[in-house]
Design a protein around this ligand. Structure first.
Ligand SMILES: Cc1cc2nc3c(=O)[nH]c(=O)nc-3n(C[C@H](O)[C@H](O)[C@H](O)COP(=O)(O)O)c2cc1C
Length: 418
């Protein structure tokens, strides 16, 4: 049956992440929607991430007691209610006032880790003060200024971050053409987008009132006074992102960081082995949610070789394209310790702040428990390759979205917007 979503009820009754996405599309101004939803160039990798999940089917067992299902697990050696953590995403305050704090609270209330981005609106110190109960992970964009980099590591330590996640796939930004359309140089919204933002007073109230556009909390102390607005700060960070990020730099960060170190940006066995060589504790198999190199492998396709190479001695997480509990189950069955989600909780955040993000996590958890029951595998340890079968026909042509944008009314693509 084709998906039909109704705008007559609240996001609290949304049944799936795609439905939350559809609702968020209605609520957000075009520039914010494109920022969350879009990928780079032709969005081939963005779509492949979903197709890779859809290419796996299940091999269920029957007549097994599934009265109790248990999705509790350990991620990076700490407890988690399900094999899920919130991925680092920048500018969350553009979707909801204090969006980072709302996401961290949702993660804490649902018992999963939360990753704060370098380019978050709330600072490390604000998160530590506002949500002391959350398992805090910190994502580092490596800047060309070593003093800034080392200071951020110190701040992360003091804020109680237990995991440092270094992102390695953004030495240059992918070409996100919607982004170039939205903004003029120097970075400010182009007038059609400004006009459109003005037509979304509910969003403006929830995200911008009373303080206006949010700034980048972690970077404020390093930014020249005239570059502290969100727009200027974005320009600064793009310029200062080091293009000389090498394994030697990572080895140096390893020496300085006493906690767990995750490398986010791995898509093959060779790089996973290098990560192990420099002493990282784990890797995130990711293509940045299809926002960087278009044509890069779908992460579920890349996962098995990474697990083969280092899975017995490192933590292997995956992200990009997780929209259902069954996606989590597939990644675990193929050897991932767990997954991160970026957009899934952002759609919820854009609709209902902390409660909306928590609703997205609840949906993923319910769906995961449901699929575990139907599979006859009530514990995560039973999810392995024996549960899976490669689908023999083009199931991806069926009801699964070809691209996330196909879930939108009329098959709009972000590029169709004003
Ligand atoms: C709006 C948005 C902002 C993001 N910002 C960051 C960031 O600041 N740092 C980072 O390492 N990854 C960032 N990512 C990538 C995510 O951490 C993650 O890899 C990706 O969202 C996973 O794909 P998914 O959105 O399909 O779950 C961002 C992704 C999105 C959608």
């Amino acid at each position: 049956m084709k998906r039909r979503y109704s705008s007559h009820y609240s996001w609290r009754r949304a049944h799936s992440i795609d439905e939350l996405a559809w609702m968020a599309r209605q609520r957000l101004p075009a520039f914010a929607w494109e920022y969350v939803h879009g990928g780079s160039e032709d969005e081939i990798t963005l779509g492949d991430n979903r197709r890779a999940f859809a290419a796996w089917g299940w091999q269920p067992r029957t007549l097994i007691d599934v009265e109790t299902r248990d999705s509790r697990t350990r991620l990076l050696d700490g407890p988690a209610e399900l094999p899920l953590a919130i991925a680092p995403t920048g500018y969350n305050g553009m979707l909801w006032r204090d969006g980072d704090i709302a996401l961290a609270k949702a993660a804490a209330s649902r018992g999963i880790p939360f990753t704060l981005s370098t380019v978050s609106c709330a600072s490390l110190e604000q998160i530590a003060a506002a949500v002391p109960a959350v398992r805090l992970w910190f994502q580092l964009y490596v800047l060309d200024d070593e003093a800034v980099r080392n200071d951020m590591l110190e701040r992360a330590k003091h804020a109680g971050a237990e995991v440092l996640m270094v992102t390695t796939d953004t030495v240059v930004l992918g070409r996100r053409e919607w982004d170039s359309r939205s903004y003029l140089n120097p970075r400010r919204l182009a007038w059609p987008y400004l006009l459109d933002a003005g037509l979304h007073p509910q969003w403006a109230y929830r995200a911008l009132w009373p303080q206006g556009l949010p700034t980048l909390g972690n970077l404020m102390k390093y930014l020249p006074r005239e570059q502290q607005s969100a727009g200027s700060a974005a320009g600064y960070i793009n310029q200062r992102m080091t293009r000389r990020l090498t394994w030697e730099v990572l080895a140096d960060i390893r020496k300085r960081w006493p906690g767990k170190l995750l490398i986010k940006g791995i898509l093959n066995a060779e790089d996973a082995r290098e990560a192990k060589r420099i002493g990282a504790d784990g890797v995130v198999v990711t293509n940045h949610g299809g926002r960087q190199l278009d044509g890069a492998p779908a992460t579920l396709d890349a996962l098995p070789e990474v697990v083969d190479a280092v899975g017995d001695s490192m933590h292997v997480l995956l992200d990009s394209g997780v929209r259902r509990g069954s996606d989590i189950a597939k990644a675990v069955a193929l050897g991932a310790e767990g997954v991160l989600c970026g957009r899934a909780t952002l759609y919820g955040l854009a609709l209902g702040g902390e409660a909306g993000a928590a609703h997205a996590i609840d949906l993923l958890k319910d769906q995961l428990h449901n699929v575990m029951a139907q599979l006859g595998r009530p514990t995560l340890g039973q999810l392995d390759a024996s549960c899976l079968r490669r689908l023999p026909y083009a199931s991806t042509q069926g009801d699964s979205p070809q691209r996330p944008s196909d879930a939108l009314p009329g098959g709009e693509t972000p590029g169709d917007m004003p």
